[in-house]
Write a protein that binds this ligand. Structure first.
Ligand SMILES: [Zn+2]
Ligand SMILES: [Zn+2]
Length: 1013
């Protein structure tokens, strides 16, 4: 079974016959089911983790299409933002923003667009290979004019609602990318274990000789920005001095000065000092308030200027903890978010030491121009403090530290002016909206609410190049800022630069540019408008937008919100969205909620399915550098798209999915069971035996939801099971539970269909007692296979198509994907029969175990099996109708055949649940021998590649005893094995195809087979 080969043929079949187009046509204008695609970042080839989500997206869209829903099938590509920029910078070998400016923004932005075009095409091809059906020609790109102008509209609405503001705040900042990082872009994954130098430093208390506060930090570069120290008002602080020890005189003299030193720190942190200290006095933190100290770098002009008339002093702060450090917190409002907050509350001055490149500004002495994370810079600071005798100790300190989500550079915190959307007013309504949505897994709602409780204002500006041009024009003269809400408005307001911006295409310019330039840098920056307040000429702020704005607007920009409200209303809110949940609570889910809240005051989607991530077979994260990453292109050709899809479908989305070639083999093995059920059917059923719509006997075919009307107990049972399966699969998929649906399907085709129904029905196909017996079996199996194929077609569209094409007749739809979703037929479900079957399968398992225990092969018939009544309740014992007794008898026959006994007796008095009579008579022994030989012949037929239609000649060498048995049962053997002759020989002279030597009844036995033409 070569999955990739079949899949490529099916792809061709779909394409040539326009099956997808036919499906859309079939459902057009019917009731809508609205799926909204979260855009994939078109920045690299898609990975195996994307394929997981794409499998869900495809699966549910196919399922809904089979139920007759009209769908949009729109795919999305995410195009703008730092992630693309960083890759292009790598391509060009750039180190920082200066390189981009040198290269030219226009050329750089063009390169970004090119990259997106290239990778969106690759991702599309990969998705098609995965079997994903989308209206690919109609994919949306977040870099499109429509999308960008839609965000302008949104921002204008924010301004009208007074939510948009320019704020001065300390934010996480990437030194390499030279831009602020939004709070929601820092995920827990972005924290890395890093070893920094931590320094304990002393701050001389003014007015108290030889007394010092002991401070601590892991970011020494922030020390020049220190303005205050914070202590907890209620905690106990200790004033300590070093013990005089019985040491030699020399050392004592050296320590003389030290001995006079007094150190102040949190009482339960004195262990950081070592053993040589004793507490002189204990005081509450609040008693330290307003105590003044000498700054560490007061000699630097920038520090003096920053601090102004303020004196360094101790402030009280309830957030001081005893977890790390000394309980005396170094406060640098220009370098820390909490510090900055505190400075606002207490009116502390702010020293802002860094520039855009994260180097010290002018006025910091020999530090000026130095990068803050450079070892050399750190050493300069240590050196300066050592010179002032203010270093207590320096040690390595391992901690989790935030890094840039794009380039993994360690972040700093710095004071900047950025643009924000205020979240305070939205917080409450957003929480209400969140509760209206169905979250799968259900903890999603709590995660989202948790984020909404903790989120700060949304920082939307980035000092970068490739992205949404924020339509904000700021007046340097009067402080007014204006937001432009559309292209038309911009045209109307433009007093300069419009013609250049809107100039028509030049030859060789990208096709995506329809009319003039896209609203991107640098072209958009040429436009000037006039300040409505003071009449000055205004330029656009140079910032681009946070990329999540791009993805958040798609419920509006892609569904005609601006062009056709009627159409938009039909598809909004989306019935379903589906993305990997790590991160999305703060990202896509969140921005969708925010933008929809601002624009329409409602939820943009009704249901969300989140799923975890893909890890390797050992459960470890996949990394290029670790060498354990699996690439989609390789995986799909090695494993097959459907096998991958089946793995994804079966996975519980709450947990990370382990993916690897060994696990894939295991999955493939299960799917082969399914495939073998079809081959069984194909092998034993000729085309003309397949139920024909015109034939009278197969009434179910002409009658749409009829079922085969077999009297056979196994047939009735499998039909009952199948209908139950339809119920479970439908119910699960309605709840977006693909794992439950897939698991049920797999249990069905392994345990029920293959291991039981087909196993126990073999004889009816191979050697039916009468024609109707086979007819019933064929009808049933055909119906089961056909229905089953439809049930798994959303998960494994290729395999389903392959099988369907083998089964279908000319009156059925051209493709399995054009079929209607199977409906459950309640009356075909027979709970009583299913229970009975469970009981007898349990008895069989126990009996077979007993045989193994006794060392008697199953092929050896035994005279009797006794069953304790409790194990099996024959149907209708109290009022046995003839029909019910017949069912019981048929069920007991199944046991007899399966465990190979001649008789079954119910006996309440036996000790164990079952008891086997193992008296083997000569007759039974002979039967055992015949059975065993038949099995070997069948095996040889298979090895020789004979089809059931082929006749065979059998030759053998054996003892006289066995030979006698064979002669006696010759007719039976010939019939069962479809052989024309069975011949005893003395040597291997005769020609044969395949041979085999074995022991039968403890005697040497040689067997060979030859195909007879
Ligand atoms: Zn970065
Ligand atoms: Zn103005």
């Amino acid at each position: 079974m070569d999955f990739p080969k079949i899949e490529k043929e099916i792809l061709k079949f779909w394409q040539e016959n326009k099956i997808f187009e036919k499906l859309r046509q079939k459902n057009k204008g019917k009731k809508q089911w609205s799926f909204l695609d979260g855009p994939i970042t078109a920045n690299n080839p898609m990975g195996v983790h994307h394929a997981w989500g794409r499998t869900y997206k495809d699966l549910f869209q196919r399922y809904k299409a089979m139920q007759g829903f009209d769908e949009r099938f729109q795919n999305g590509f995410d195009c703008q933002g730092l992630w693309v920029e960083v890759e292009v910078e790598k391509e060009l070998g750039f180190k920082n923003k200066k390189d981009i400016e040198k290269y030219g923004i226009e050329k750089f932005v063009e390169r970004c667009k090119e990259r997106v075009r290239k990778y969106s095409k690759i991702q599309m091809e990969q998705s098609i290979r995965l079997g994903q059906w989308m209206d690919w020609d109609n994919s949306y790109y977040t870099m499109s004019d429509e999308n960008n102008y839609a965000i302008w509209y949104f921002l204008k609405k924010c301004q009208e609602k007074e939510l948009l503001y320019k704020g001065r705040d300390v934010v996480p900042w990437c030194p390499r990318c030279g831009t602020a990082i939004s709070q929601h872009e820092i995920l827990t994954e972005e924290y890395k274990e890093i070893v920094h130098k931590a320094i304990f430093f002393k701050l001389p208390v003014i007015g108290q000789k030889d007394t010092y506060f002991l401070g601590w930090t892991t970011t020494p570069w922030t020390l020049p920005a220190n303005v205050a120290l914070a202590v907890h008002p209620e905690l106990d602080y200790a004033i300590v001095k070093s013990k005089i020890k019985n040491q030699n005189a020399k050392l004592q003299i050296k320590n003389q000065k030290l001995n006079e030193e007094k150190i102040i720190l949190l009482k339960n942190k004195i262990n950081v000092l070592g053993d040589d200290y004793e507490v002189v006095k204990t005081i509450k933190g609040k008693e330290l308030e307003n105590m003044e100290y000498e700054g560490l770098f007061d000699e630097l002009p920038a520090v003096r200027e920053g601090i102004g008339k303020f004196e360094h002093s101790v402030v009280l702060w309830k957030d001081v903890t005893s977890e790390e450090g000394t309980g005396i917190v170094h406060i640098a409002p220009g370098c820390g978010q909490e510090d900055f907050q505190l400075s606002r509350e207490l009116g502390l001055p702010v020293i802002d030491p860094t520039n855009d490149e994260s180097c010290y500004k002018e006025g910091f002495g020999n530090l000026s121009g130095k990068f803050v994370f450079e070892d050399e810079t750190r050493d300069l600071i240590f050196e300066s403090l050592r010179g002032k005798n203010l270093v207590f100790k320096i040690e390595d300190y391992k901690h989790r530290y935030p890094t840039c989500w794009r380039c993994k550079t360690e972040l700093i915190f710095r004071l900047v002016n950025e643009w924000y959307i205020s979240m305070e007013e939205l917080r409450g309504p957003l929480k209400e909206t969140t509760k209206k949505i169905k979250w799968f897994p259900s903890f999603g709602q709590d995660r989202e609410l948790d984020w909404l409780n903790n989120m700060q204002d949304w920082l939307i500006s980035k000092k970068r190049y490739w992205g949404l041009a924020l339509p904000i024009f700021e007046c340097q003269k009067c402080g007014n800022f204006e937001v432009i809400g559309s292209k038309e408005e911009l045209k109307e307001r433009a007093v300069e630069g419009w013609d250049e911006f809107a100039a028509p295409l030049k030859r060789g310019e990208p096709r995506l540019r329809r009319e003039g330039h896209s609203p991107h840098r640098p072209w958009i920056d040429k436009i000037k408008i006039r300040c409505q307040r003071c009449g000055s000429l205004l330029s656009r702020i140079l910032d681009v937008g946070n990329p999540w704005l791009d993805a958040g607007i798609v419920p509006f920009s892609t569904t005609g919100y601006f062009q056709d409200r009627g159409y938009w209303r039909k598809w909004f809110p989306a019935d379903f969205i589906c993305e990997s949940f790590p991160g999305q609570f703060k990202n896509w889910f969140y921005v969708l909620l925010v933008m929809s809240q601002v624009l329409e005051d409602t939820n943009p989607f009704k249901t969300v399915l989140g799923y975890a991530t893909v890890v390797d077979e050992k459960g470890e994260e996949m990394h290029k550098s670790k060498g354990n990453a699996i690439w989609f292109d390789e995986a799909v050709e090695k494993i097959g798209a459907d096998v991958m899809r089946w793995m994804y479908s079966k996975q519980n989305p709450v947990f990370n999915m382990k993916l690897g070639y060994n696990i894939a083999k295991e999955t493939k093995r299960k799917l082969l069971t399914l495939w073998n059920s079809y081959t069984f059917f194909e092998t034993y059923v000729s085309k003309k035996e397949i139920p024909n719509p015109k034939s009278q006997s197969t009434s179910w075919r002409t009658n749409k939801f009829q079922i085969p009307n077999s009297k056979n107990i196994l047939d009735q049972w499998i039909i009952s099971k199948l209908n139950r399966l339809i119920g479970v699969v439908t119910e699960s998929l309605d709840k977006y539970d693909a794992a439950r649906a897939s698991k049920a399907i797999e249990d069905f085709f392994v345990d029920d269909l293959s291991l039981w129904y087909i196993r126990r029905s073999r004889k009816r196909f191979q050697n039916p007692k009468k024609e109707t017996e086979k007819q019933e079996a064929v009808e049933t199996l055909y119906f089961v296979l056909l229905t089953l194929t439809k049930l798994f077609s959303p998960m494994m569209p290729f395999l389903a198509e392959e099988v369907y094409q083998k089964l279908k007749d000319e009156e059925m739809p051209q493709s399995v994907h054009l079929c209607d979703w199977p409906k459950i037929i309640e009356k075909a479900v027979n709970q009583e029969l299913e229970n009975q079957m469970d009981s007898i399968r349990e008895i069989i398992t126990k009996t077979l175990a007993k045989r193994t225990e006794l060392g008697i092969k199953v092929r050896q018939p035994l005279p009797k099996l006794k069953i304790k009544n409790a194990l099996f309740k024959p149907v209708g014992l109290t009022s046995p109708s003839r029909e019910k007794l017949k069912i019981t008898e048929e069920l007991l026959d199944l046991i007899k055949e399966e465990v190979n006994v001649k008789e079954i007796v119910f006996d309440d008095k036996i000790k164990e649940e079952i008891e086997l009579d193992v008296k083997i008579t000569e007759e039974l022994k002979e039967e055992g021998v015949v059975r065993e030989i038949i099995r070997h012949i069948q095996d040889l037929r298979r090895i020789a590649g004979l089809t059931p239609k082929n006749k065979a000649l059998i030759i053998y060498m054996a003892s006289l005893d066995i030979s006698k048995v064979l002669e006696k049962n010759k007719d039976f053997i010939l019939k069962t094995t479809r052989a024309v002759e069975i011949k005893r020989v003395e040597s291997k002279k005769e020609k044969f195809d395949k041979e085999k030597t074995m022991k039968v009844a403890s005697q040497e036995f040689w067997l060979a087979i030859k195909k007879v033409e």
